[in-house]
Design a protein around this ligand. Structure first.
Ligand SMILES: [Zn+2]
Length: 70
């Protein structure tokens, strides 16, 4: 049985089973699924995308103590 390899579209930043991207139709590249890593190599990129540290980002965080402080 042939095992499908996960494909990745750089243009859309999406994973699929290709060979072509469902969204943009471009050829996807073979990619291994993201593995868990305590070093979080994608963390910097993810935080930049979420604009972590900004006021908007702080506001978006869940705050379980919000009710208690009132
Ligand atoms: Zn695409």
């Amino acid at each position: 049985m042939v095992r499908s390899k996960l494909q990745y579209c750089k243009s859309c930043d999406l994973y699929g089973l290709g060979p072509d991207c469902d969204v943009c139709g471009k050829v996807m590249v073979t990619s291994a699924p993201l593995k868990y890593s305590p070093e979080d190599p994608q963390g910097k990129r993810r935080r930049e995308r979420e604009n972590a540290g900004s006021d908007e980002w702080v506001e978006s965080l869940p705050s379980p103590n919000e009710e208690a402080e009132r």
